[in-house]
Design a protein around this ligand. Structure first.
Ligand code: HEM
Length: 380
Protein backbone atom coordinates (compact mmCIF):
# COMPACT_ATOMS: atom_id res chain seq x y z
CA UNK A 1 0.00 0.00 0.00
CA UNK A 2 1.23 3.48 -0.80
CA UNK A 3 1.71 5.53 2.41
CA UNK A 4 0.98 9.23 2.79
CA UNK A 5 4.64 10.03 2.21
CA UNK A 6 4.54 8.02 -1.02
CA UNK A 7 1.54 9.93 -2.35
CA UNK A 8 3.19 13.23 -1.46
CA UNK A 9 6.37 12.19 -3.22
CA UNK A 10 4.50 11.29 -6.40
CA UNK A 11 2.51 14.55 -6.34
CA UNK A 12 5.71 16.50 -5.65
CA UNK A 13 7.45 14.97 -8.64
CA UNK A 14 4.55 15.83 -10.92
CA UNK A 15 4.57 19.50 -9.96
CA UNK A 16 8.35 19.96 -9.91
CA UNK A 17 8.52 21.24 -13.48
CA UNK A 18 6.82 24.61 -13.82
CA UNK A 19 4.75 24.66 -17.03
CA UNK A 20 6.30 27.02 -19.54
CA UNK A 21 4.07 30.02 -20.33
CA UNK A 22 4.07 30.70 -24.09
CA UNK A 23 1.28 33.26 -24.37
CA UNK A 24 3.60 36.27 -24.61
CA UNK A 25 5.52 34.88 -27.58
CA UNK A 26 5.21 37.08 -30.67
CA UNK A 27 6.09 36.40 -34.31
CA UNK A 28 6.58 39.97 -35.54
CA UNK A 29 4.58 41.63 -38.22
CA UNK A 30 6.27 44.16 -40.54
CA UNK A 31 8.41 43.05 -43.46
CA UNK A 32 8.59 42.13 -47.13
CA UNK A 33 6.14 39.26 -46.67
CA UNK A 34 3.01 38.90 -44.56
CA UNK A 35 3.44 36.66 -41.52
CA UNK A 36 1.62 33.32 -41.26
CA UNK A 37 3.21 31.66 -44.28
CA UNK A 38 6.86 31.13 -43.36
CA UNK A 39 5.95 31.16 -39.65
CA UNK A 40 7.50 27.96 -38.41
CA UNK A 41 6.38 25.78 -36.76
CA UNK A 42 2.82 26.56 -37.87
CA UNK A 43 0.76 27.64 -34.89
CA UNK A 44 -1.58 25.12 -33.25
CA UNK A 45 -4.87 26.86 -34.12
CA UNK A 46 -6.13 28.51 -37.29
CA UNK A 47 -9.25 30.26 -38.48
CA UNK A 48 -9.78 30.91 -42.16
CA UNK A 49 -12.45 33.59 -42.59
CA UNK A 50 -13.75 34.75 -45.98
CA UNK A 51 -15.66 38.00 -46.34
CA UNK A 52 -17.61 39.51 -49.19
CA UNK A 53 -17.51 43.24 -49.87
CA UNK A 54 -20.87 44.95 -49.49
CA UNK A 55 -22.29 46.43 -52.74
CA UNK A 56 -21.35 50.05 -52.00
CA UNK A 57 -17.67 49.26 -51.42
CA UNK A 58 -15.18 50.52 -54.03
CA UNK A 59 -11.48 51.27 -54.05
CA UNK A 60 -11.44 54.06 -51.36
CA UNK A 61 -13.50 52.00 -48.91
CA UNK A 62 -11.30 48.99 -49.57
CA UNK A 63 -8.22 51.07 -48.78
CA UNK A 64 -10.05 52.04 -45.57
CA UNK A 65 -10.51 48.37 -44.62
CA UNK A 66 -6.83 47.73 -45.23
CA UNK A 67 -5.76 50.65 -43.05
CA UNK A 68 -7.99 49.53 -40.19
CA UNK A 69 -6.82 45.93 -40.47
CA UNK A 70 -3.14 46.85 -40.77
CA UNK A 71 -3.36 48.86 -37.54
CA UNK A 72 -5.42 46.17 -35.76
CA UNK A 73 -3.01 43.42 -36.84
CA UNK A 74 0.11 45.38 -35.84
CA UNK A 75 -1.37 45.84 -32.38
CA UNK A 76 -2.89 42.41 -31.78
CA UNK A 77 0.11 40.45 -33.01
CA UNK A 78 2.34 42.35 -30.59
CA UNK A 79 0.05 41.75 -27.62
CA UNK A 80 -1.62 45.17 -27.57
CA UNK A 81 -5.38 45.73 -27.80
CA UNK A 82 -6.83 47.06 -31.04
CA UNK A 83 -8.13 50.63 -31.02
CA UNK A 84 -11.49 50.58 -29.25
CA UNK A 85 -10.95 46.92 -28.26
CA UNK A 86 -13.89 46.03 -26.02
CA UNK A 87 -12.02 43.05 -24.53
CA UNK A 88 -8.49 44.44 -24.18
CA UNK A 89 -7.44 41.71 -21.72
CA UNK A 90 -7.87 39.11 -24.45
CA UNK A 91 -5.14 40.79 -26.48
CA UNK A 92 -2.48 40.35 -23.80
CA UNK A 93 -1.46 36.80 -24.75
CA UNK A 94 -1.01 36.69 -28.53
CA UNK A 95 0.67 33.25 -28.45
CA UNK A 96 2.47 33.79 -31.80
CA UNK A 97 -0.62 35.33 -33.38
CA UNK A 98 -0.35 36.04 -37.11
CA UNK A 99 -2.95 37.40 -39.49
CA UNK A 100 -2.56 36.94 -43.24
CA UNK A 101 -4.80 38.93 -45.59
CA UNK A 102 -5.85 37.60 -49.00
CA UNK A 103 -7.74 39.04 -51.99
CA UNK A 104 -10.27 36.97 -53.94
CA UNK A 105 -11.16 37.59 -57.61
CA UNK A 106 -14.31 39.59 -56.72
CA UNK A 107 -12.28 42.25 -54.92
CA UNK A 108 -10.64 43.36 -58.15
CA UNK A 109 -13.99 43.63 -59.92
CA UNK A 110 -15.51 45.63 -57.06
CA UNK A 111 -12.65 48.11 -56.99
CA UNK A 112 -12.29 48.55 -60.76
CA UNK A 113 -8.85 46.93 -60.71
CA UNK A 114 -9.38 43.77 -62.77
CA UNK A 115 -6.41 44.72 -64.99
CA UNK A 116 -4.15 44.59 -61.92
CA UNK A 117 -5.19 41.12 -60.76
CA UNK A 118 -2.55 38.37 -61.11
CA UNK A 119 -3.25 36.26 -64.23
CA UNK A 120 -3.72 33.12 -62.14
CA UNK A 121 -6.34 34.66 -59.83
CA UNK A 122 -9.60 32.84 -60.57
CA UNK A 123 -11.62 30.02 -59.01
CA UNK A 124 -9.93 26.67 -59.72
CA UNK A 125 -11.18 24.80 -62.80
CA UNK A 126 -13.82 22.20 -61.92
CA UNK A 127 -12.50 18.74 -60.96
CA UNK A 128 -14.42 15.45 -61.17
CA UNK A 129 -13.73 14.67 -57.50
CA UNK A 130 -15.17 18.02 -56.32
CA UNK A 131 -18.43 18.17 -54.38
CA UNK A 132 -18.19 21.86 -53.55
CA UNK A 133 -20.52 23.43 -51.04
CA UNK A 134 -21.01 27.18 -51.60
CA UNK A 135 -20.89 27.54 -47.81
CA UNK A 136 -17.11 26.85 -47.98
CA UNK A 137 -16.26 28.28 -51.39
CA UNK A 138 -15.05 31.61 -52.81
CA UNK A 139 -14.83 34.99 -51.07
CA UNK A 140 -13.62 38.54 -51.82
CA UNK A 141 -11.33 38.83 -48.81
CA UNK A 142 -9.55 36.29 -46.64
CA UNK A 143 -8.22 36.43 -43.12
CA UNK A 144 -5.99 33.54 -42.11
CA UNK A 145 -5.63 33.92 -38.34
CA UNK A 146 -3.18 31.57 -36.57
CA UNK A 147 -1.99 31.34 -32.95
CA UNK A 148 -0.95 28.72 -30.44
CA UNK A 149 -4.02 29.62 -28.38
CA UNK A 150 -7.62 29.37 -29.59
CA UNK A 151 -8.65 32.36 -27.43
CA UNK A 152 -6.14 34.59 -29.22
CA UNK A 153 -7.51 33.40 -32.58
CA UNK A 154 -11.14 33.98 -31.56
CA UNK A 155 -10.41 37.47 -30.25
CA UNK A 156 -8.50 38.53 -33.38
CA UNK A 157 -11.23 37.20 -35.67
CA UNK A 158 -13.88 39.03 -33.67
CA UNK A 159 -12.00 42.36 -33.69
CA UNK A 160 -11.10 42.21 -37.37
CA UNK A 161 -14.55 41.23 -38.62
CA UNK A 162 -16.56 43.60 -36.44
CA UNK A 163 -14.32 46.60 -37.21
CA UNK A 164 -15.26 46.40 -40.92
CA UNK A 165 -18.82 45.13 -40.64
CA UNK A 166 -20.31 48.16 -42.41
CA UNK A 167 -18.13 47.33 -45.44
CA UNK A 168 -17.74 43.53 -45.59
CA UNK A 169 -19.81 40.57 -44.40
CA UNK A 170 -18.51 37.17 -43.31
CA UNK A 171 -19.14 34.60 -46.04
CA UNK A 172 -17.72 31.56 -44.24
CA UNK A 173 -15.39 30.72 -41.37
CA UNK A 174 -13.47 27.48 -40.95
CA UNK A 175 -11.43 26.48 -37.94
CA UNK A 176 -8.56 24.02 -37.82
CA UNK A 177 -5.90 22.68 -35.49
CA UNK A 178 -2.59 20.90 -35.25
CA UNK A 179 -0.95 19.41 -32.17
CA UNK A 180 -0.68 21.88 -29.29
CA UNK A 181 2.71 23.57 -28.96
CA UNK A 182 4.89 21.57 -26.59
CA UNK A 183 3.11 18.28 -27.28
CA UNK A 184 5.88 17.16 -29.60
CA UNK A 185 9.50 18.14 -30.06
CA UNK A 186 10.07 21.09 -32.40
CA UNK A 187 10.41 20.10 -36.05
CA UNK A 188 8.04 17.11 -35.78
CA UNK A 189 5.83 16.83 -38.86
CA UNK A 190 2.12 17.14 -38.03
CA UNK A 191 -0.22 14.16 -38.19
CA UNK A 192 -3.54 14.48 -39.96
CA UNK A 193 -6.66 12.69 -38.70
CA UNK A 194 -5.96 9.68 -40.94
CA UNK A 195 -2.91 9.19 -38.71
CA UNK A 196 -0.36 10.07 -41.40
CA UNK A 197 2.64 12.36 -41.05
CA UNK A 198 1.54 15.19 -43.34
CA UNK A 199 3.97 17.83 -44.60
CA UNK A 200 7.20 15.87 -45.04
CA UNK A 201 8.02 16.83 -48.63
CA UNK A 202 7.76 20.60 -48.46
CA UNK A 203 10.12 23.44 -49.37
CA UNK A 204 11.72 24.71 -46.15
CA UNK A 205 10.85 28.31 -45.15
CA UNK A 206 13.77 30.68 -45.39
CA UNK A 207 15.61 28.79 -48.15
CA UNK A 208 16.29 30.08 -51.67
CA UNK A 209 14.22 27.16 -52.94
CA UNK A 210 11.24 28.34 -50.89
CA UNK A 211 11.73 31.94 -52.03
CA UNK A 212 11.70 30.95 -55.70
CA UNK A 213 8.65 28.68 -55.37
CA UNK A 214 6.51 30.85 -53.10
CA UNK A 215 7.27 34.58 -53.33
CA UNK A 216 6.09 36.60 -56.31
CA UNK A 217 8.88 38.58 -58.03
CA UNK A 218 6.58 41.28 -59.41
CA UNK A 219 7.14 40.28 -63.06
CA UNK A 220 3.38 39.94 -63.77
CA UNK A 221 2.03 42.64 -61.41
CA UNK A 222 4.67 44.82 -59.77
CA UNK A 223 2.52 45.46 -56.65
CA UNK A 224 2.56 41.68 -55.93
CA UNK A 225 6.37 41.51 -55.44
CA UNK A 226 6.85 39.73 -52.09
CA UNK A 227 3.31 38.38 -52.16
CA UNK A 228 2.08 34.93 -53.12
CA UNK A 229 -1.11 32.93 -53.68
CA UNK A 230 -3.11 30.73 -51.37
CA UNK A 231 -5.29 27.81 -52.39
CA UNK A 232 -7.61 26.62 -49.63
CA UNK A 233 -9.37 23.30 -50.14
CA UNK A 234 -11.70 21.93 -47.49
CA UNK A 235 -11.29 18.16 -47.90
CA UNK A 236 -13.60 15.84 -46.07
CA UNK A 237 -12.12 12.52 -44.89
CA UNK A 238 -14.30 9.40 -44.58
CA UNK A 239 -12.88 8.08 -41.32
CA UNK A 240 -15.51 5.32 -41.00
CA UNK A 241 -14.47 3.58 -44.21
CA UNK A 242 -10.77 4.41 -43.65
CA UNK A 243 -11.12 2.45 -40.37
CA UNK A 244 -11.94 -0.67 -42.42
CA UNK A 245 -8.44 -0.78 -43.94
CA UNK A 246 -5.59 -2.59 -42.19
CA UNK A 247 -2.25 -0.83 -41.78
CA UNK A 248 -0.46 -2.33 -44.79
CA UNK A 249 -3.36 -1.33 -47.06
CA UNK A 250 -3.30 2.20 -45.64
CA UNK A 251 0.43 2.41 -46.34
CA UNK A 252 -0.07 1.30 -49.95
CA UNK A 253 -2.64 4.09 -50.45
CA UNK A 254 -0.13 6.73 -49.37
CA UNK A 255 3.15 5.08 -50.44
CA UNK A 256 4.56 5.79 -46.97
CA UNK A 257 4.71 4.04 -43.62
CA UNK A 258 2.32 5.18 -40.92
CA UNK A 259 4.75 4.96 -37.98
CA UNK A 260 7.87 6.70 -39.32
CA UNK A 261 6.39 8.37 -42.38
CA UNK A 262 9.22 6.82 -44.44
CA UNK A 263 8.52 6.13 -48.12
CA UNK A 264 7.91 2.40 -48.73
CA UNK A 265 11.28 2.38 -50.53
CA UNK A 266 13.17 3.93 -47.58
CA UNK A 267 13.82 3.66 -43.86
CA UNK A 268 13.45 7.20 -42.52
CA UNK A 269 10.87 9.96 -42.95
CA UNK A 270 13.05 12.24 -45.07
CA UNK A 271 14.51 9.53 -47.32
CA UNK A 272 13.71 10.33 -50.93
CA UNK A 273 11.00 8.12 -52.41
CA UNK A 274 12.20 5.88 -55.25
CA UNK A 275 9.23 5.72 -57.61
CA UNK A 276 11.09 3.37 -59.99
CA UNK A 277 11.89 0.66 -57.41
CA UNK A 278 10.30 -2.78 -58.00
CA UNK A 279 10.11 -5.88 -55.81
CA UNK A 280 11.27 -9.41 -56.70
CA UNK A 281 8.22 -9.89 -58.93
CA UNK A 282 8.75 -6.65 -60.82
CA UNK A 283 5.88 -4.92 -59.02
CA UNK A 284 6.48 -1.25 -58.07
CA UNK A 285 7.16 -0.89 -54.32
CA UNK A 286 5.31 2.43 -54.32
CA UNK A 287 2.11 1.90 -56.31
CA UNK A 288 1.75 4.28 -59.26
CA UNK A 289 -1.70 5.16 -57.86
CA UNK A 290 -0.35 6.00 -54.37
CA UNK A 291 -0.99 9.58 -53.26
CA UNK A 292 2.70 10.52 -53.21
CA UNK A 293 3.32 9.00 -56.64
CA UNK A 294 0.51 11.08 -58.13
CA UNK A 295 1.25 14.27 -56.15
CA UNK A 296 5.02 14.25 -56.75
CA UNK A 297 6.09 17.20 -58.90
CA UNK A 298 6.60 16.55 -62.62
CA UNK A 299 9.43 19.14 -62.62
CA UNK A 300 11.08 21.16 -59.83
CA UNK A 301 9.14 24.37 -60.62
CA UNK A 302 5.82 22.61 -59.95
CA UNK A 303 6.36 22.31 -56.19
CA UNK A 304 4.04 24.02 -53.68
CA UNK A 305 4.29 24.85 -49.95
CA UNK A 306 1.63 23.02 -47.92
CA UNK A 307 0.50 24.39 -44.54
CA UNK A 308 -2.57 22.35 -43.67
CA UNK A 309 -4.76 22.17 -40.57
CA UNK A 310 -7.06 19.39 -39.37
CA UNK A 311 -10.73 20.02 -38.77
CA UNK A 312 -13.10 17.99 -36.63
CA UNK A 313 -16.53 19.58 -36.63
CA UNK A 314 -19.74 18.32 -34.98
CA UNK A 315 -21.06 15.32 -36.93
CA UNK A 316 -24.12 15.83 -39.09
CA UNK A 317 -27.21 13.77 -38.13
CA UNK A 318 -26.51 10.05 -38.59
CA UNK A 319 -22.72 10.47 -38.82
CA UNK A 320 -19.97 9.61 -36.35
CA UNK A 321 -17.51 12.19 -37.60
CA UNK A 322 -17.28 15.28 -39.76
CA UNK A 323 -13.53 15.58 -40.12
CA UNK A 324 -10.97 16.43 -42.71
CA UNK A 325 -8.18 18.67 -43.78
CA UNK A 326 -8.11 22.41 -44.39
CA UNK A 327 -5.54 22.03 -47.13
CA UNK A 328 -3.80 25.38 -47.53
CA UNK A 329 -1.00 25.74 -50.03
CA UNK A 330 1.11 28.72 -51.03
CA UNK A 331 2.78 29.04 -54.40
CA UNK A 332 3.92 31.82 -56.70
CA UNK A 333 1.61 30.77 -59.53
CA UNK A 334 -1.58 28.72 -59.01
CA UNK A 335 -1.91 27.78 -62.70
CA UNK A 336 1.67 26.61 -63.12
CA UNK A 337 2.14 24.89 -59.74
CA UNK A 338 -1.08 23.86 -57.98
CA UNK A 339 -3.42 23.08 -60.88
CA UNK A 340 -1.25 20.40 -62.59
CA UNK A 341 -0.88 18.51 -59.29
CA UNK A 342 -4.61 18.71 -58.56
CA UNK A 343 -5.35 17.53 -62.12
CA UNK A 344 -3.20 14.44 -61.62
CA UNK A 345 -4.91 13.69 -58.30
CA UNK A 346 -8.28 14.19 -59.97
CA UNK A 347 -7.41 11.70 -62.73
CA UNK A 348 -6.16 9.05 -60.34
CA UNK A 349 -5.19 8.93 -56.66
CA UNK A 350 -5.81 5.93 -54.37
CA UNK A 351 -6.61 8.42 -51.59
CA UNK A 352 -9.68 9.73 -53.45
CA UNK A 353 -11.83 6.90 -52.13
CA UNK A 354 -11.63 8.42 -48.64
CA UNK A 355 -11.29 12.14 -49.40
CA UNK A 356 -13.69 14.63 -51.01
CA UNK A 357 -13.03 18.32 -51.68
CA UNK A 358 -16.11 20.14 -50.32
CA UNK A 359 -14.81 23.73 -50.34
CA UNK A 360 -12.41 25.68 -52.52
CA UNK A 361 -11.04 29.20 -52.72
CA UNK A 362 -8.10 31.02 -54.30
CA UNK A 363 -6.61 34.25 -52.99
CA UNK A 364 -3.83 36.64 -53.93
CA UNK A 365 -1.76 37.31 -50.81
CA UNK A 366 -0.35 40.83 -51.02
CA UNK A 367 3.19 41.49 -49.80
CA UNK A 368 3.86 42.64 -46.25
CA UNK A 369 4.46 46.22 -45.22
CA UNK A 370 6.83 48.04 -42.90
CA UNK A 371 5.21 51.41 -42.30
CA UNK A 372 2.35 51.54 -44.83
CA UNK A 373 -0.78 49.41 -45.06
CA UNK A 374 -1.31 45.97 -46.59
CA UNK A 375 -2.28 46.32 -50.25
CA UNK A 376 -0.95 49.89 -50.50
CA UNK A 377 0.84 49.06 -53.77
CA UNK A 378 -2.54 48.22 -55.29
CA UNK A 379 -4.92 50.58 -53.49
CA UNK A 380 -2.76 53.50 -52.32
C1 HEM B 1 -7.34 15.11 -47.34
C2 HEM B 1 -6.53 15.25 -48.37
C3 HEM B 1 -5.05 14.95 -48.33
C4 HEM B 1 -4.35 14.21 -47.43
C5 HEM B 1 -4.88 13.46 -46.21
C6 HEM B 1 -2.97 14.26 -47.84
C7 HEM B 1 -1.93 13.62 -47.17
C8 HEM B 1 -0.62 13.58 -47.62
C9 HEM B 1 0.43 12.84 -46.99
C10 HEM B 1 0.28 12.02 -45.73
C11 HEM B 1 1.55 13.00 -47.73
C12 HEM B 1 2.91 12.34 -47.50
C13 HEM B 1 3.81 13.08 -46.58
C14 HEM B 1 4.19 14.43 -47.07
O1 HEM B 1 5.09 14.60 -47.91
O2 HEM B 1 3.53 15.37 -46.61
C15 HEM B 1 1.22 13.88 -48.83
C16 HEM B 1 2.09 14.32 -49.78
C17 HEM B 1 1.78 15.27 -50.73
N1 HEM B 1 0.55 15.80 -50.99
FE1 HEM B 1 -1.16 15.35 -50.06
N2 HEM B 1 -2.86 15.03 -48.97
C18 HEM B 1 -4.11 15.49 -49.29
C19 HEM B 1 -4.45 16.30 -50.35
C20 HEM B 1 -3.53 16.87 -51.22
C21 HEM B 1 -3.86 17.83 -52.25
C22 HEM B 1 -5.25 18.36 -52.56
C23 HEM B 1 -2.69 18.16 -52.86
C24 HEM B 1 -2.44 19.14 -53.99
C25 HEM B 1 -3.29 19.35 -54.98
C26 HEM B 1 -1.63 17.41 -52.23
C27 HEM B 1 -0.31 17.48 -52.56
C28 HEM B 1 0.70 16.73 -51.99
C29 HEM B 1 2.08 16.81 -52.39
C30 HEM B 1 2.68 17.74 -53.45
C31 HEM B 1 2.78 15.89 -51.61
C32 HEM B 1 4.27 15.55 -51.68
C33 HEM B 1 4.48 14.48 -52.74
C34 HEM B 1 5.93 14.05 -52.89
O3 HEM B 1 6.62 14.67 -53.69
O4 HEM B 1 6.33 13.12 -52.20
N3 HEM B 1 -2.18 16.63 -51.23
N4 HEM B 1 -0.12 14.22 -48.74
Amino acid sequence: MLGAAGIGAVAGRASDAEPQVLGKDVVGWGGAHQAGIETDPPQAHAAFVALDLLPHVGRPELAGIMKVWTDDIARLTSGRPALGDTEPELAASPARLTVTIGYGPGLFAASGLVHRAPTWLAPLPPFGIDRLDPAFTGGDLLLQVCADDAVAVAHAVRVLTKNVRSLAAVRWAQRGFRSARGTQSPGTTMRNLMGQLDGTVNPAPGTTDFDALVWDDGADQSWMAGGTSMVLRRIRIELDTWDELDRPAREVVMGRRLDTGAPLTGAREFDEADFGAVDGYGIPVISPTAHIARAHHAHPGERIFRRAYNYDDPPLPGETSNSGLLFASFQRDVTAQFVPIQRRLDEMDALNEWTTPVGSAVFAIPPGTVDGFVGEGLLG
